[in-house]
Design a protein around this ligand. Structure first.
Ligand SMILES: *[C@@H]1O[C@H](CO)[C@@H](O)[C@H](O)[C@H]1NC(C)=O
Ligand SMILES: *[C@@H]1O[C@H](CO)[C@@H](O)[C@H](O)[C@H]1NC(C)=O
Ligand SMILES: *[C@@H]1O[C@H](CO)[C@@H](O)[C@H](O)[C@H]1NC(C)=O
Ligand SMILES: *[C@@H]1O[C@H](CO)[C@@H](O)[C@H](O)[C@H]1NC(C)=O
Ligand SMILES: *[C@@H]1O[C@H](CO)[C@@H](O)[C@H](O)[C@H]1NC(C)=O
Ligand SMILES: *[C@@H]1O[C@H](CO)[C@@H](O)[C@H](O)[C@H]1NC(C)=O
Ligand SMILES: *[C@@H]1O[C@H](CO)[C@@H](O)[C@H](O)[C@H]1NC(C)=O
Ligand SMILES: *[C@@H]1O[C@H](CO)[C@@H](O)[C@H](O)[C@H]1NC(C)=O
Ligand SMILES: *[C@@H]1O[C@H](CO)[C@@H](O)[C@H](O)[C@H]1NC(C)=O
Ligand SMILES: *[C@@H]1O[C@H](CO)[C@@H](O)[C@H](O)[C@H]1NC(C)=O
Ligand SMILES: *[C@@H]1O[C@H](CO)[C@@H](O)[C@H](O)[C@H]1NC(C)=O
Length: 690
């Protein structure tokens, strides 16, 4: 092993030199090549003065340069890209860039530029070609930022993230007419004066994530393509009411305090709308319904001496925006308990809809508004007791591939639902009270309100049925599918009689979880030998008291045997195919015998098997629980003694038998060979010289 490492190091050293000599330059501290010099993390206090004069890219990130002097970059006239992030830079002298008129990209992130910002600002003003500037993490206030950027009219991308900006005045970005991207993340902004972004005609991407904005009203930045205001405290988002076409493609409002569905621009190119983790719901059908049907709210927008009033009808559920281009809608982690009729109607391109972690009680897919483009629908963690789908027309969900209904209280699912989903590959129904058809007639005669038929759904690849309280699954319940992933964990009865239901799909299965499924070695056919393509098998939390030998012939990568009753593992099986392919093994919480850990040593000798929970594996030694990885020497010795003692015991047990046999043999010998004896005797008698 050590030799390999050494060879590797030599190889790298050789490569390193090769690179230097190839480009015809070498430098003690920096890596040179293709007009670039990389001097990152070398504890430099000064800019190296001996780099090639034609250096175009100079990376000095993560050093300890405190000051950039007038002379520091004097000889690098062709510099186009300079990285100085993660230094302790306090000051850039005002003449420092006088010779770098071609500098386009400058990163000054994570320094201390707040100290002498006005001098630094003067230095930046001499950069006529600067396109990209990163000033994040410099403890800059809004005034400092204003000073630093006021003359940078060539700037296309600016980051002032992670500073201490609290409000934005309307003049701050006034001259940045070329700006396309502006990052204001992770400041303390609670107020933005109207008109702040007005001059930024080319602005496309604006991030205000992680600030303290309480609302966004009269949003009118038609030129923006991406607006990120996630992680603020926004309660209202209102776009200006106009028919202007907004370029907006991505709007991230996640992790805020929105109470109502946002009032979006009427015409936009919106593609992704992220509303995760807010407090939204629709209010018209409140359970008590004592609210007047028309409740309006008036916004007073005051700008100087002009006051505008916007009136909104709160219970209005009709979305007036044209959302025909919306493809991704995330409304997870909100308070929705219903969606108004027609909500999805206009979203004709909708492909991904996430409604998980709400309190939906019903979900209705209407025939008039078939979400025909829908690819993934996540309804997990709601309170759905039924899924209503108008199955009148064929193929109402022709593109659906993933349906997640996990953790609901489902009782009714249209029996032939999957006949309408010709492309379905993944179904998650875990943690619902459902059953798989056909099931055996149950003894107590109670009726199953839900039974889902998976047979002959040829496209189905992944099926999750964990914790469904499944009754004994019929032997052919999965026939006609080509399942690769199957999760039947936490179902005590499903496979309690045999593994027969899995035999139909034995050849396609790759990942199977049978955790906590009441499997024991007494289960009729704990034979996995036909599962030749299985890669991952979870058998944890069962009652296996011996290692299923049939696993030996499988090409498993991952095997979980935690929480069973195993006293040892089969070394035989590990010597076969299994030992060669196995990569991740989970073993803890079994009552292994401390004195019979040969298999443990063998697994270690394989080196390819990673025992993930290695430190938690324990074994039993005279009713003590010990860590298998650190057995005390005394125990090891005691175990050896036990083996020796055992040998002695066998000897002691065997001795009387041996003696008896010996005596018997002697008697027999004496009886049959008496003549011989006599002869011997007589000879002795003859020859004995008395
Ligand atoms: C650096 O250069 C600027 C502009 O030429 C000059 O005003 C300033 O005094 C110089 N600073 C030092 C410390 O020489
Ligand atoms: C930098 O700022 C410090 C105090 O913040 C000040 O004493 C010093 O004179 C400034 N240096 C320059 C060159 O302006
Ligand atoms: C901006 O740059 C011009 C020269 O391009 C200069 O005269 C002026 O002082 C700089 N500063 C401000 C605040 O305009
Ligand atoms: C918005 O910003 C946050 C914080 O940087 C980031 O995690 C998130 O991915 C961004 N959203 C989009 C849509 O890019
Ligand atoms: C609806 O009525 C129930 C009890 O009658 C009450 O607890 C609940 O607060 C009411 N909800 C609303 C929104 O008024
Ligand atoms: C609610 O208000 C709208 C206009 O503000 C009006 O057209 C409608 O008739 C009102 N509905 C009721 C039930 O009052
Ligand atoms: C008020 O309304 C007028 C006309 O609709 C509009 O031009 C102006 O920008 C609005 N002012 C504010 C602060 O929204
Ligand atoms: C608003 O105030 C400005 C002066 O501050 C004045 O010129 C303008 O006429 C005023 N507008 C209105 C509508 O009062
Ligand atoms: C929505 O916008 C698309 C083009 O972006 C257009 O084809 C469609 O007719 C519009 N729908 C409505 C209802 O205005
Ligand atoms: C379904 O949703 C649950 C909970 O939201 C999640 O844990 C699970 O991974 C999802 N299933 C699939 C197949 O994506
Ligand atoms: C095993 O499954 C049963 C039935 O689903 C469940 O009640 C129990 O909590 C599970 N045990 C563990 C340890 O998860």
């Amino acid at each position: 092993m050590e030799t390999t490492v050494l060879w590797l190091c030599l190889g790298l050293a050789f490569l390193g030199r090769g690179w230097g000599s190839h480009t015809g330059m070498s430098h003690g501290v920096c890596k040179l090549g293709h007009g670039a010099a990389a001097c990152n993390g070398r504890e430099l206090k000064l800019v190296p003065a001996d780099l090639p004069a034609n250096t175009k890219e100079l990376f000095l990130d993560d050093n300890t340069i405190q000051m950039l002097r007038n002379a520091s970059l004097l000889q690098y006239r062709q510099l186009g890209n300079l990285g100085l992030s993660g230094n302790t830079l306090k000051l850039i002298e005002s003449g420092a860039f006088l010779n770098n008129r071609d500098l386009q990209v400058l990163s000054l992130a994570d320094n201390a530029l707040f100290t002498n910002y006005s001098v630094t600002a003067a230095a930046l003003w001499s950069l006529p070609a600067l396109r990209k500037l990163d000033l994040s993490g410099n403890q800059l206030t809004e005034d400092m930022v204003a000073t630093l950027i006021q003359n940078l009219s060539s700037l296309e991308s600016l980051s002032v993230a992670r500073n201490v900006i609290m409000r934005l005045d309307s003049f701050i970005f006034e001259r940045l007419s070329q700006l396309q991207e502006l990052n204001l993340e992770k400041n303390y902004i609670f107020e933005i004066e109207s008109g702040t972004f007005e001059g930024l005609r080319r602005l496309q991407r604006l991030s205000l994530a992680y600030n303290y904005l309480p609302c966004i009203v009269e949003f009118d930045l038609t030129q923006l393509k991406m607006l990120n205001v996630s992680n603020n405290i926004i309660e209202w988002f209102l776009a200006v009411e106009s028919d202007a076409l907004f370029e907006l493609e991505t709007l991230d409002l996640s992790h805020n305090r929105l109470l109502f569905f946002p009032l979006l621009p009427r015409q936009s190119k919106l593609n992704s709308l992220l509303l995760m983790d807010n407090e939204m719901c629709f209010y018209r059908h409140l359970p008590n319904a004592t609210y007047p049907p028309n409740v309006t709210v008036q916004f007073l927008l005051i700008d100087g001496n002009i006051t505008n009033i916007t009136t909104l009808s709160l219970w209005d559920e009709v979305i007036h925006s044209n959302l025909s281009s919306l493809r991704f809608l995330d409304m997870s982690q909100n308070q929705f308990w219903y969606l108004p009729e027609g909500f999805l109607a206009g979203m004709t391109s909708l492909s991904y809809l996430k409604l998980n972690q709400n309190c939906l009680q019903t979900f209705h897919i209407w025939e008039e508004e078939p979400p025909g483009m829908l690819i993934e629908l996540d309804l997990s963690q709601n309170q759905l007791s039924e899924l209503q789908v108008d199955l009148g027309s064929e193929g109402i969900l022709p593109n659906l591939r993933l349906l997640n209904l996990s953790a609901n209280g489902l009782q009714k699912v249209p029996a032939k639902l999957f006949a309408h989903t010709p492309k379905i590959t993944t179904v998650d129904l875990s943690h619902n009270r459902i059953d798989v058809c056909p099931q055996q007639a149950n003894a107590d005669g109670s009726k199953y309100s839900v039974c889902i038929d998976f047979r002959n759904i040829m496209t189905l690849k992944q099926l999750y049925l964990a914790g469904c309280g499944l009754d004994v699954v019929d032997g052919h319940a999965f026939s006609g599918t080509s399942l690769t992933h199957l999760d039947l964990s936490n179902n005590q009865r499903a496979l309690s009689r045999s593994l027969r239901p899995l035999q139909d799909i034995a050849l396609t299965l790759q990942v199977v979880s049978l955790r906590n499924a009441s499997l024991s070695c007494a289960t009729a056919d704990m034979d996995f030998s036909s599962f030749q393509n299985l890669l991952s098998l979870d058998l944890s939390e069962n009652s296996l008291d011996s290692f299923p030998e049939s696993l030996g012939s499988l090409k498993l990568h991952t095997l979980n045997l935690q929480r069973n009753l195993l006293t040892s593992l089969s070394q035989d099986a590990m010597q076969k195919q299994l030992g060669k392919s196995l990569n991740m093994l989970y073993l803890s919480q079994n009552p292994y015998n401390c004195c019979k850990l040969e298999w443990w040593d063998f697994l270690h000798s394989l080196q390819t098997v990673h025992i993930v929970d290695r430190v938690e594996v324990t074994c039993l030694y005279s009713s003590r629980t010990l860590h298998a990885a650190q057995l005390p020497e005394s125990v090891l010795q005691a175990c050896r003694w036990m083996t020796v003692n055992l040998a002695l015991l066998y000897l002691v047990l065997a001795l009387p038998i041996c003696l008896t046999l010996l005596v018997a043999f002697a008697i027999m010998f004496l009886t049959f060979k008496q003549k011989l004896l006599q002869m011997v005797k007589s000879r002795y008698r003859v020859s004995s010289p008395y």
